[in-house]
Design a protein around this ligand. Structure first.
Ligand code: UD1
Length: 370
């Protein structure tokens, strides 16, 4: 007799989309057409609507070949409490109606935590993809989301061994934890050819290894006038030496406008609208340096062995520093760190274990074997 396993897969914000894409692809292709060894996998994709702009959401569905969501909760923006509560109240009836065997959440955004809370209270099992990451900095909203999600999840799927160690320290039994590798790298490898066909470098007249790719959107960097002013000043200085390509997140654009910081778009400083996945991979592979506060870019630059400076006091992805090409920096140290990288003093790193394009396969196998 065939056993059916029904999954509700949650995606809410931009960094979730490249994590659910390989997973869905693997579920659909499980055993050829969703069935293998007496197990039939069924899924529904729920988009919470945390990110809703075309450039923050739809573009990624198109590029990554993600099927249109079965359900869109349409929650939109709001304070943390409002956004989390909206996801919860809208997801609860969906979860009751769909009666899944598992709710599968990815990453660490508000939607991840909100759907986990709902499922846990309804007695539905939760699988967390990208479990165990810790920055040990609770001023970061994502750290709170990670702790809550991991403490409630039934199956914790980690991208690297440090995740397993963190969960052990928190008393989570080994039987719930499985090292599966980095699912973002599955997406990266699957999209490499399309990324290499991107015309962005040409359109921007950029030469490989002769520009800096910048992304900054963390509240700790952009929500305070003094920090944001000083960061933008540093970027303008850098842009006099080498082109700085800065696709700007809506939060950062909004804060610049609020603080009266001009977004000079000139030969050196290229301020762009948010870019798609393939263009972003192309910039990451070809940049002389990535300067970021994003979690995903720390990993993608590690894969490409592109030097990366992360403008944060800590990272939940320490393997990108110990094994990869990442280095943490501060506002005070940024100028010297930039100079060092431009003089090629930063090491290029290695690709961590299990970042091999097969994480989604291991995730699905872990769910089936549970
Ligand atoms: C969220 C995640 C963060 C992730 C980031 C990636 C949380 C707590 N934060 O941060 O972990 O790194 O996404 O982008 O879940 N906005 C738009 N259009 C959109 C979405 C947002 O204009 O499609 C604007 C709104 O003004 C909103 C602001 O951006 O107030 C912030 O959006 P929000 O989803 O609250 O947080 P992010 O900063 O995007």
């Amino acid at each position: 007799m065939t056993k059916k396993i029904k999954l509700l897969i949650i995606a809410g914000a931009r960094p979730n989309f490249m994590k659910v894409a390989p997973l869905i692809k693997h579920i659909r292709g499980y055993g050829g057409a969703g069935e293998k060894d007496g197990v039939r996998l069924e899924y529904r994709l729920v988009h919470t609507g945390q990110h809703y702009d075309e450039k923050m959401s739809d573009v990624f569905f198109g590029e990554l070949g993600i099927p249109a969501p079965d359900i869109n909760l349409g929650v939109g923006s709001g304070s943390h409490a409002v956004q989390t509560a909206n996801v919860m109240t809208k997801f609860e009836p969906v979860c009751e109606q769909e009666k899944p065997d598992w709710v599968v959440v990815v990453g660490d955004v508000n939607s991840t935590m909100a759907c986990t809370l709902v499922a846990a209270k309804l007695g539905v099992k939760v699988a967390h993809v990208e479990a165990g990451l810790r920055s040990y900095d609770r001023t970061m909203p994502e750290e709170v989301n990670r702790i809550v999600t991991d403490s409630l999840a039934d199956l914790l799927l980690t991208p690297s061994a440090d995740g397993n160690e963190n969960l052990k320290k928190e008393g989570i039994p080994d039987s719930k934890v499985k090292l599966v590798g980095n699912v973002m790298i599955d997406a990266l490898i699957a999209n490499l050819n399309q990324a290499r066909a991107s015309s962005l470098l040409k359109r921007q007249e950029l030469k490989p290894k002769d520009f800096v790719y910048v992304t900054l959107h963390r509240p700790s960097n952009v929500d305070e006038q003094a920090s944001l002013t000083s960061i933008m000043g540093e970027l303008k200085r850098l842009a006099r030496e080498m082109p700085v390509v800065f696709p700007i997140h809506p939060r950062t654009r909004k804060m610049c406008a609020q603080f009266g910081i001009s977004l000079d778009d000139n030969k050196g400083m290229r301020i762009l609208e948010p870019i798609g996945y393939h263009d972003s991979l192309s910039l990451t592979e070809n940049a002389r340096l990535v300067l970021t506060d994003s979690g995903g870019l720390q990993e993608e630059s590690t894969y490409f062995r592109t030097p990366c400076l992360t403008l944060r006091p800590n990272t939940e992805r320490p393997i990108t520093v110990t094994v990869g090409s990442n280095k943490l920096t501060t506002l005070g140290g940024l100028s010297a760190d930039l100079d060092a990288v431009l003089k090629r003093e930063l090491q290029f790193g290695k690709i961590p274990e299990f970042w091999d394009g097969r994480a989604s396969e291991r995730i699905v196998d872990s769910l089936v074997a549970y």
